[in-house]
Design a protein around this ligand. Structure first.
Ligand code: GLN
Length: 190
């Protein structure tokens, strides 16, 4: 039986738990460093405010352990702020967080006020609904990064080895495709 840890420090973690329930995958919340000792087959880093989540991760002394686990191959899926937390580079902010994925992202890339929108576009070849909320997008993708979605010329979903990121929030729609992709194409194949 698979078990996915959901980082539950701030932001939209409950919605990811609902998605995992819908596709029949067990999960538990990660709220403190000791929760990282619970055996897990994958990790979800939710959207929210990357600076708030990043600060809590540092204050709770979780950053280094998480970085090591991901570098060791822990399957991880980051949405929105989660993408920023995983990125090696943030083009328009001096703060850096886990720095594990070879991408450069731009925070609040669509502007602060008009930065939220809904669209349908392709993710890994399938058309799905996409909700963007003050989202980042990927400005630079390293050689080992597979692009999974491009919306209006900007990369908004990508994978590098054990790491999957989306600018949009699949957990805020009815469509379970991205969560299923993470579980079926990544976690179960690991
Ligand atoms: N704008 C947020 C940030 O920079 C991300 C927004 C989100 O996760 N919905 O962290």
């Amino acid at each position: 039986m698979l078990r996915i840890g959901v980082l539950a420090l701030q932001g939209a973690f409950a919605e990811h738990e609902t998605m995992l329930d819908r596709i029949g995958v067990e999960h538990f919340q990660i709220r403190q460093k000791s929760d990282l000792d619970v055996p897990m087959d994958g990790l979800i880093v939710p959207g929210g405010e990357s600076t708030a989540i990043g600060k809590l991760m540092n204050d709770l002394d979780m950053t280094e352990s998480l970085r090591e686990r991901i570098m060791d191959g822990l399957l991880v899926f980051g949405t929105c702020a989660g993408m920023i937390l995983l990125a090696k580079e943030v083009e328009n902010d001096s703060r850096r967080f886990l720095q594990v994925m070879d991408i450069g992202v731009k925070r609040n890339a669509y502007g602060r006020q008009l930065g939220s929108f809904f669209t349908h576009d392709d993710f890994a070849g399938k058309r799905i609904p996409m909700t963007f909320i003050r989202a980042p997008y990927i400005e630079r993708a390293g050689e080992g990064v597979e692009v999974l979605s491009v919306v209006d010329g900007h990369i908004v979903a990508a994978r590098e080895r054990n790491m999957l990121v989306t600018s949009f929030h699949p957990e805020l729609t009815d469509d379970t495709s991205v969560h299923s992709y993470f579980i079926e194409q990544m976690v179960r194949k690991a």
